[in-house]
Design a protein around this ligand. Structure first.
Ligand SMILES: [Zn+2]
Length: 181
């Protein structure tokens, strides 16, 4: 039996998932058409994380995806632990009608707001959706696993839809009008 001194990212990620009662990571390796390079995605609880590309082995590609996922998840975790400075459950009172609007949009399809990130300096809020609502305008249907989110631009009073599917990585919907209070 070989002894491994350095814990692999895959092991760390698995332990993290167990500790936080998350489903086990689900890896997907992509092979470049040339057949020499590999890149991996890993899905945890409906979120996809993509590793770096150009690995010569599938194992290395998976380790890279695991590292990205682990770092991203533990950052989110710290954000939650640090209190309300970086995280708000609701939008401020003057935007309550916007939060209500997003909620009303996703609720009939079994969706709900999972998390509202604190606003960026340009006044955009990222609103993450969970539950059965995964409607993506890029594929014009609900995704099977990947969650969607809204980017709310409070300055121009519009929102955009984006999602966590790797294939939609660069997709952002057209701007949609938000109601006026
Ligand atoms: Zn999508």
């Amino acid at each position: 039996m070989s002894v491994q001194n350095v814990k692999s990212w895959k092991n760390r990620l698995q332990e993290y998932c167990q500790k936080n009662e998350l489903p086990m990571p689900n890896y997907q390796v992509i092979q470049a058409p040339s057949g020499i390079c590999f890149q991996a995605d890993v899905e945890i609880n409906g979120h996809w994380y993509r590793g770096d590309n150009d690995f010569t082995s599938k194992k290395m590609a998976e380790q890279s995806a695991a590292e990205k996922a682990y770092n991203s998840l533990s950052n989110d975790h710290m954000e939650l632990q640090s209190g309300n400075t970086d995280f708000s459950q609701h939008m401020p009172e003057n935007y309550a009608h916007i939060e209500q609007f997003i909620n009303n949009m996703v609720m009939p399809d079994g969706g709900r707001i999972r998390k509202i990130h604190s606003p960026k300096s340009d006044g955009t809020y990222k609103i993450e959706i969970t539950g059965k609502y995964r409607y993506c305008e890029n594929v014009r249907r609900h995704h099977k696993n990947n969650r969607v989110y809204s980017l709310v631009d409070t300055v121009n009073n519009v929102y955009y839809q984006k999602c966590y599917d790797p294939d939609c990585h660069n997709f952002r919907s057209a701007a949609h009008r938000l109601p006026i209070r």
